[in-house]
Design a binder for this molecule. Structure first.
Ligand code: ZN
Length: 297
């Protein structure tokens, strides 16, 4: 039966989860992928630590295959190598890089969390060719570099035994603070946008007013309008609920009096008809309650 994954989910950087509920073979994992963990009921699931392509997975029988969800954590080797080269290598000297790759090759790449390595002999293989005059690194250098790798958070030295040193290697993505986290771009909500101090936001207010002065209906264009505070600062803010597009005359005359009072004055002096005055007063109420939202092209 072909693999029927319910979902393939991205996990932490360099890993992923295949969420499957009914299968006999896993065929979607690439050849680079290594199953490091299989969580299941243990009766039909095997393959921990082996290459994904060789994972032995049984078909679940009866109703349980619908009820059961299995997670496979696999390592994306391509991502690990990229992270190593881009983020970790610049922080390591050549000895440390060589030791790190040696440990990676013999632990995590094999699906093992931890290895015990005898460095007296392993040092001859792990950094071959980089030593002075082609010599392998000395025993002292090797231990010194292990210490510095540990202090840089790349490895945990678990214990030292007679036949070697127990080491747990951390992938670049597991080393705290190594890979900068992508900052999610914060989208400002409409209520947070500044329509007074941010020049590129201002035309949206002019458009909302239909290219007319909010108070007196005089025609406006992009060269002769001003952004006017309905409630003057500092009490009033720069949001779309408190700014309007106005002609310079209205802006100058209004000064610090309230917008309601200013509209009444325009009506009394004959600049606004009774109908227009009522319409403008209604618009003012709508503006304050957030009903007059500007739109962006
Ligand atoms: Zn006006």
């Amino acid at each position: 039966m072909a693999c029927r994954p319910a979902a393939l989910r991205a996990g932490a950087r360099g890993s992923g989860y295949l969420l499957a509920n009914h299968y006999s073979l896993v065929t979607v994992l690439s050849a680079q992928s290594v199953i490091t963990t299989v969580a299941g009921n243990g009766r039909v699931l095997r393959g921990e630590g082996g290459p994904a392509s060789l994972a032995a997975l049984g078909e679940l029988q009866g109703e349980e295959h619908w009820a059961m969800v299995v997670y496979f954590a696999f390592m994306d080797v391509k991502q690990v190598i990229e992270d190593f080269q881009d983020y970790l290598a610049p922080k390591l000297d050549t000895y440390e890089q060589a030791i790190y790759l040696y440990l990676f090759r013999h632990s995590r790449l094999q699906g093992k969390d931890e290895i015990v390595t005898g460095f007296v002999s392993a040092r001859l293989r792990m950094a071959f060719g980089v030593g002075e005059k082609g010599k392998p690194m000395s025993k002292n250098t090797c231990y010194e570099k292990l210490q510095s790798l540990e202090s840089k958070g790349c490895i945990n030295i678990v214990d030292k035994e007679r036949d070697g040193t127990g080491i747990r290697l951390l992938l670049p993505s597991e080393i705290s603070g190594l890979i900068p986290q992508e900052q999610p771009i914060q989208e400002l909500t409409l209520d947070e946008l500044d329509f007074f101090n941010v020049p590129e936001n201002r035309p949206a207010i002019l458009r909302r007013e239909g290219n007319k002065c909010f108070y007196c209906f005089r025609a406006l264009n992009s060269n002769n309008y001003v952004i006017e505070h309905v409630t003057s600062r500092p009490e009033g803010n720069n949001t779309y609920r408190n700014v309007v597009a106005a002609c310079r005359d209205c802006n100058n005359r209004k000064g610090n009096i309230s917008a309601d009072e200013f509209l009444r004055g325009l009506y009394r002096r004959g600049y606004l008809s009774a109908t227009d005055f009522e319409a403008r007063s209604d618009a003012l109420t709508q503006l304050r309650s957030g009903d007059l939202k500007p739109s962006f092209p």
